[in-house]
Design a protein around this ligand. Sequence first.
Ligand code: PAP
Length: 340
Amino acid sequence: MEKKDYPKDEIHELLQTLDPPTYYDGSPLVKYNDFWSPLQFLRRLLYTQRYFEAKDDDVILASVPKSGTTWLKALSFSIVNRTVYTIDQNPLLTCNPHALVPFLEHLQHEGNPGFISTPRIIATHIPFNNVPDSIRESKCRIIYICRNPLDQFISGRHFYQENNHVFRENKVEKDFELCEAFDLFCQGIYPYGPFWDHMLGYWNAHLKNPEKVLFLKYEDLKGDIALYIKKIAEFLGCPFSVEEEKQGLVEEIAKLCSFENLKNLEVNKSGYLSNGVKSSSFFRKGEVRDWGNYLSPAMAQRFQKVMYSKLEGSEVLWITSHSAILSLQKNSKKTWRHLN
Ligand code: PAP
């Protein structure tokens, strides 16, 4: 994307029309076009909406933060580029997945390496209704990944605390109590939230055109990664050949992109991305239902009611909260503790 500037006075005028920011763990969020945009990224969002031109062969990876974006970046990059790099020369061995697959909202940012893949693979946390028109209107394909929102919430909690030097406006401010953050999350106040609208937006787009939008679930990938590697390849129009399958390429990609492998690579153990975020903070536990170690049964009950009230009548309720609700029953006898 050519580097242009988004006029400062337009942003200033827009901000006059929006409510003052609401703070999520010290990070200002503004309600813009029905979603909670991090204030620090609003300018980039507007820039992207105005100038980004999707190409028909682009691959867009979309998600609510902390739903498995890093994993999906690694998988998509390896699948699309499997004839370009052998497994032992794959750039994932020496680069964090976020350095190989840029975020749409950060493309214009200084220091962004741009695209190193053809077709281009670009990630975004922007809700479907707010992505640039050309993404909706072109033939580009979108892969959406969702995750049990309670795990998403706990993952985000760790991530934002570990990187508060990047996201928090007042860096010395004390951490939010877990229950305060949870209260906001249940109201939909979370970066790029409400999560229910985010999921519904992409889900409805998938129903309307399943060839354009593939809807994946983190928990399903954890259950059978080989199956989903093949599904992604088919969706992108580059299915594995019989020969590739015989050679075990699907399993090799699964292993390369596994949590254990990526977490233990030198490049992901230390250091920072160009935006100041700790590389290691993208690889915490990679588990399903970790929320049960942090949230009380009462909190989970409250969450269940929120899910029903927001998603009732849509299959998304079943798809995204089925595991949350089942695990609520499983975890209800567990002892629990607060994160702080
Ligand atoms: P992002 O939205 O900031 O890019 P994202 O990658 O979506 O973050 O989410 C990070 C979560 O995915 C972390 O979950 P946790 O906090 O519950 O542990 C991270 O551990 C997990 N994750 C990262 N890479 C993988 C992987 N290869 N396999 C499974 N889970 C992974």
